[in-house]
Design a protein around this ligand. Structure first.
Ligand SMILES: Cc1cc2nc3c(=O)[nH]c(=O)nc-3n(C[C@H](O)[C@H](O)[C@H](O)COP(=O)(O)OP(=O)(O)OC[C@H]3O[C@@H](n4cnc5c(N)ncnc54)[C@H](O)[C@@H]3O)c2cc1C
Length: 551
């Protein structure tokens, strides 16, 4: 079994070097010559032929060596494919020679040389993991753990794999010193300190994305084959299939790739992962896979409305940009439900969470927490949080934990000594001053109980993200998108379908060329595997639609 370092920094054998040489451009380099620098985008992939290439980074203010590549080794990490800006600088250590491939040439090589391609992609993924694990400072966020605005930025960074250093205003001595250094009052926090030493107070998510080098420019006059709205499992699967089958695809994502699945601590029932896989790992792999085939995934990029212009579908973004596409896939999933109790809004983001990832778990280490819900997502969260919290109180409205939770999770929850389940219970109130400090509940039999906690986790179902579609495609009574045979006959008899001379495809909505997949679709099974299946399948309907445009 190779070590992590061997996976991250393989030495190519002569056969692989020859295969890459046939696809790249050898050139001489001088000692000290910078091949790519922090902040650069679309830089070349370099294989060292003679001499060395040093990788260094400056995220902490001073230069720090990362690694030295010798002959037969190569530069690059996941950002080579994602188009994000480079986190490190690569420069020649000595006079020598490198073989350079552009991103497009590298993608082609990965496609044409599957074994070598696998080694390169594994190295890219592992390098990022090693960089984050070895003191890479990245962007700094200074804020209070009790501030909803700070939570929003950290959540966005964590879910988008943006390396950050979190500096807690309330507990970290560095915070005061840094604020003094920048002349910023504590009232201006959260502040973001960028890699080049500038600071921004409480930026919007798109402002923050810009600081992190995430944004890409979108052009209004381009017509895509397929625009995918939402990069959860359904959208990512569609992106992989569409890009690998040569379609011109763009995926827009409002918050972070991975969707709900990305917030899951461990998905245990997805085929092919016998030990389960964390949502973060699944998302990371899927993103690299989609980008390897040339799919563009743009974040944060929320679609606000859908319309028609001639033969094109038009998606209008939050900033007013109008994207044109021949086909569109609605993969916008669902949004978590909130509790209807007084003062809920005061603590949304200030002690109320809808996911139990490492970030939330760290926040509640050594404390008691309350979880509300009894589905599988609640079960996974309870098991995960029980490793960090001193006690997990579970409030279940029904009489039986097993009514909607898989048996294996019920057994695990019941075996945990620091978990107490209260059936027939409901939350009646929330207390706190700026941040949640207590959850009040009515238990079975009418007893009122107050749980002193700063963390309430909600897993109480979700509503479809279809507000942007109203009036555009047919929805069911609960707001989920109707497709295929579920569409009412009145709709499929309409003029536009008569003109098309066909009935809607299985995943097609009431609007020809607009498809829906995953949790957002009426009647779908709300699971990762079915979302992935539907997202993949939708691409075959896109091909059929493009091959046979409506009359
Ligand atoms: C905590 C948790 C644990 C889970 N565990 C499991 C499990 O173990 N096994 C399992 O099979 N299933 C599990 N599920 C369910 C599974 O994650 C979902 O069924 C799956 O993620 C649905 O995928 P999707 O792509 O359809 O939608 P989603 O995952 O909801 O993704 C939709 C995406 O669209 C984006 N979006 C929404 N509106 C817009 C817009 N207007 N513009 C742009 N983007 C937009 C959202 O930000 C989101 O990223 C779990 C769910 C949760 C919450």
């Amino acid at each position: 079994m190779p070590t992590d370092v061997e996976v991250a920094f393989p030495v190519l054998d002569p056969k692989d070097l020859a295969a890459l040489t046939a696809r790249g451009h050898p050139r001489a380099v001088k000692a000290g010559e910078v091949l790519f620098a922090e902040g650069d985008r679309n830089f070349c992939f370099n294989v060292v032929l003679e001499g060395t290439v040093e990788i260094v980074e400056h995220s902490s203010g001073a230069e720090r060596p990362v690694v030295i590549h010798h002959a037969g080794q190569f530069t690059g990490d996941v950002d080579m494919l994602s188009g994000r800006s480079a986190l490190v600088t690569g420069r020649a250590g000595q006079d020598g020679r490198v073989l350079q491939l552009s991103t497009t040439e590298l993608r082609r090589a990965v496609d044409e040389l599957p074994e070598l391609g696998e080694a390169i992609l594994k190295a890219f993924i592992m390098r990022r993991q090693l960089l984050l694990g070895h003191g890479y400072t990245g962007i700094k966020i200074i804020g209070s753990r009790f501030s909803p605005a700070a939570h929003r930025l950290r959540d966005f960074a964590t879910r988008n794999l943006i390396p950050i250093t979190w500096i807690d205003l309330d507990t970290d001595e560095q915070a005061d010193a840094l604020l003094r250094q920048f002349g910023v009052p504590a009232s201006a926090t959260p502040i973001v300190i960028t890699r080049d030493g500038r600071w921004v107070s409480n930026p919007s998510l798109s402002g923050f994305a810009k600081c992190a080098g995430l944004t890409s420019s979108l052009t209004e006059d381009h017509v895509y084959d397929l625009l995918v709205v939402g990069a959860g499992p359904a959208g990512l699967a569609a992106s992989v299939y569409a890009a690998s089958e040569g379609l011109d695809v763009l995926t827009t994502e409002a918050m972070a790739a991975g969707g709900q699945a990305g917030t899951s601590s461990r998905i245990e029932n997805y085929l092919g992962f016998p030990a389960g896989i964390s949502g973060e790992q699944l998302t990371r792999n899927a993103l690299v896979q989609a980008q390897r085939f040339g799919a563009s995934i743009t974040v944060p990029c929320e679609v606000r409305s859908l319309g028609l212009d001639g033969g094109d579908r038009i998606a209008t973004l939050m900033d007013g940009t109008r994207l044109r596409t021949r086909c569109l896939l609605i993969a916008s999933g669902v949004a978590y439900r909130r509790l209807e109790v007084p003062r809920f809004a005061d603590f949304d983001g200030a002690g109320i969470y809808y996911a139990a990832t490492e970030m939330e778990a760290r926040l509640c280490r050594g404390e008691e927490v309350v979880v509300v819900g009894a589905g599988n997502s609640a079960g996974q969260a309870i098991v995960y949080l029980s490793r960090y919290a001193t006690r997990v109180h579970v409030l279940v409205r029904g009489e039986d934990l097993g009514a909607s939770m898989s048996r294996y999770l019920v057994d695990r929850v019941q075996a945990l000594e620091n978990v107490t389940v209260y059936c027939g219970a409901r939350v009646t109130g929330l207390d706190g001053d700026g941040h949640l400090s207590a959850v009040r509940a009515r238990l079975q039999g009418g007893e009122d109980r107050t749980f002193a906690t700063t963390s309430l986790f909600l897993f109480i179902g979700a509503d479809p993200n279809t507000g942007w579609l109203r009036g555009c495609v047919e929805l069911d009574k609960k707001g989920f998108v109707l497709t295929g045979t579920a569409l009412p006959p009145g709709i499929t008899d309409a003029e536009r379908w008569r003109a098309a001379g066909r009935t809607p495809f299985l995943l097609e909505t009431s609007l020809p060329g607009v498809f829906a997949a995953g949790d957002v679709r009426s009647g779908s099974v709300k699971r990762v595997a079915s979302a992935v299946g539907e997202g993949s399948m939708s691409v075959s309907f896109v091909h059929a639609y493009i091959a046979r445009p409506p009359g």
